[in-house]
Design a protein around this ligand. Sequence first.
Ligand SMILES: *[C@@H]1O[C@H](CO)[C@@H](O)[C@H](O)[C@H]1NC(C)=O
Ligand SMILES: *[C@@H]1O[C@H](CO)[C@@H](O)[C@H](O)[C@H]1NC(C)=O
Length: 116
Amino acid sequence: MGYHSLVFLSLLVLAVGGGAALAEAIPGGWSPIKNVTEPHVVEIAKYAVREYDKRSGAKLKLVKVVKGETQVVSGTNYRLVLAAKDGSATANYQAVVWEKPWLHFRNLTSFKPLLS
Ligand SMILES: *[C@@H]1O[C@H](CO)[C@@H](O)[C@H](O)[C@H]1NC(C)=O
Ligand SMILES: *[C@@H]1O[C@H](CO)[C@@H](O)[C@H](O)[C@H]1NC(C)=O
């Protein structure tokens, strides 16, 4: 790895680490989900995969939720990293689901493969 990519990588780590610290300090920021095996979190992940399959025609199946964060914004935004199976290949995806439980409203706002 060259010098420049090392510098870039260090900056990236700083930026990501700093962002996480900020998220805890700022209201409306993202906070980590402590227990990603909680039934509601798993349900949100299942919804995300189901909705993505419906919209895209893919046939992904949820394997597990790897990690996630939530943000309070007139309801809750869930930003989850989840493992899903596409046939026999398992890959990680990032899904964002917005939920307003009192309106029974849920929407998948983003779903994309994560480069690992
Ligand atoms: C996480 O949630 C699951 C399901 O509710 C529960 O069985 C498990 O004990 C929890 N783990 C921790 C560390 O709280
Ligand atoms: C749900 O999210 C998608 C993608 O961001 C958006 O196009 C759509 O309008 C949203 N639907 C509702 C009901 O908010």
